[in-house]
Design a protein around this ligand. Structure first.
Ligand code: BES
Ligand code: MN
Ligand code: MN
Length: 462
């Protein structure tokens, strides 16, 4: 494409400053105290889409936070790319672990990013990656190189389950009609190892509650004679994995897609250093399901993890008490063919069935979504592959990710189109964690690569 790197060079500062401004707004969808900020972020995204050359941009109200929709239709006979992203972010806590305030973005050099990285909540997930698309759009419209139609759909509730987006998609099939969906909300293997995400895991998220005696009890007077909800809960949770770290819920693996030897061998070709992996996390050993490698455990295998657990006395000093109740939040990452609602039911049935006498157990389903896999022989994948080849000088490696973007499988179901996941983040970007960051290299390289996707997709669609 004509002079994309020149264009980026000329507008580098502004491209960065606009993103920094976006990162200053604390658009935390999970916390209603930030409602104004989340709404304000939607307005800013709208303005930026207009400036980038969209002809028609609107704020689409939902029962929750709005969806920003923008489009530029140049010719009905040309293909249409639908870009999806999210402007909401995860809560930044624990705040004390941030080296600089999460909503006061700073550029710092790191070992991995000698040219600098933007440190802020949402820098990578997903404001930085979403904004690459806005700037790629600007380049294409300002230099008259937009080769096809574009639609943008940027939501504000991804981090809280996208339930209103699901309704919006179901009700707006014609408006959202497209030939391919393009998303940058995942990662790549390394700065010099481009990859395209070909799979996402599904998710079932539940909360469990164990209730014992009708009040908190003196642990001396009652201890040993009454079921302690915390003891019971931890024992129940421990029983959910066997000695091989297989999940013990009956039926849990029934629909799990088993990869062939060939597919696993192909996966194993992706560059990976177990030593570097352990070092980056300060652990002396990895852990997981017997019979699978680390990269298999975190992508093609389902999991069950406690995300939070509480009950009893956790304040300063000691209090001798048997709590009346104990709680935990549990996530199950699912693989293709596992149905999240079915798995939620299997969990509920099993967890209730293993409750010992003397306690009551309640399982409350939260939210979830299906996993996703996409073939590598589609026009969309091929176009993305060529685009990466042009900017990285290497053919990208297809890679299944362990993360979830539940709305992707709904897109396929409702809009009947494939999603191409062109992620430019790195695992070390610390998304959802303190000190989230996004490399300047990754940001600009994303802006450079995206227009090439449009070009190749349009060419290959002919
Ligand atoms: N962008 C992430 C998902 C992701 C990150 C996928 C990296 C692959 C690689 C997304 O914002 C996210 O955090 N998703 C949630 C699920 C959602 C229902 C809250 C997740 O994966 O925990
Ligand atoms: Mn995201
Ligand atoms: Mn996220």
């Amino acid at each position: 494409m004509n002079n994309i790197s020149t264009y980026i060079g000329e507008h580098k500062e502004r491209f960065l400053n606009e993103l920094l401004d976006l990162l200053k707004i604390p658009s935390i969808s999970a916390d209603s105290a930030y409602k104004k900020d989340v709404l304000h972020t939607a307005d800013v995204v709208k303005t930026r889409l207009e400036e980038a050359g969209c002809d028609h941009v609107e704020i689409c109200e939902t029962a929750g936070y709005p969806i920003v929709y923008g489009e530029k239709i140049i010719d009905k006979n040309l293909p249409t790319v639908l870009v999806y992203g999210h402007y909401d972010v995860q809560p930044p806590d624990p705040l004390n672990l941030w080296n600089s305030p999460p909503f006061e973005p700073v550029i710092k050099k790191t070992e991995l990013h000698p040219e600098g990285a933007i440190f802020a909540r949402g820098a990578c997930d997903d404001k930085g990656q979403m904004y690459m698309h806005v700037k790629a759009m600007e380049f294409m419209t300002k230099t008259n190189q937009l080769p096809c139609n574009v639609k943008f759909m940027i939501e504000g509730e991804e981090e809280v389950g996208s339930s209103n987006l699901a309704i919006f998609v179901k009700n707006n099939q014609e408006k959202l009609k497209n030939d391919v969906i393009l998303i940058s909300d995942t990662g790549m293997i390394a700065k010099d190892v481009p990859s395209i995400t070909t799979g996402l895991r599904g998710l079932s998220y539940v909360e469990v509650e164990v209730t014992g005696p009708n009040r908190d009890l003196h642990s001396g007077l009652y201890g040993g004679a009454v079921a302690n909800p915390i003891n019971v809960l931890t024992k129940m949770i421990a029983s959910l994995h066997d000695e091989n770290n297989h999940i013990t819920i009956p039926g849990f693996y029934d629909k799990v897609e088993e990869l062939s030897k060939e597919e696993r061998a192909e996966m194993a070709k992706a560059p990976f250093s177990l030593e570097a992996y352990k070092k980056s996390l300060d652990i002396d050993a990895v852990y997981g399901e017997a019979g699978y490698t680390t990269n298999e455990r975190n992508s093609i295998r389902p999991t069950l993890d406690v995300n939070g657990i509480w009950g009893g006395y956790t304040g300063e000093g000691a209090k001798t008490v048997i709590a009346s109740q104990a709680f935990a939040k549990i996530s199950m990452r699912l693989v293709p063919h596992q149905d999240w609602e079915e798995i939620t039911q299997l969990f509920k049935k099993h967890f209730e069935s293993i409750a010992p006498e003397g306690v009551k157990v309640e399982v409350k389903p939260h939210h979830g979504g299906q996993g996703y896999v996409t073939p590598i022989d589609s026009i969309g994948y091929q176009a993305a592959s060529k685009a990466y080849f042009d900017t990285f000088g290497k053919t990208p490696i297809p890679q299944r990710s362990g993360g979830s973007i539940p709305i992707v499988s709904l897109f396929e179901q409702e809009l009947k189109s494939k999603t191409i996941l062109m992620g430019f983040g790195l695992d070390s970007d610390a998304i959802h964690s303190p000190n989230e960051h996004f490399g300047l290299f990754n940001y600009y390289r994303g802006i450079e690569t995206i227009p090439l996707f449009y070009k190749y997709f349009t060419e290959l669609s002919k």
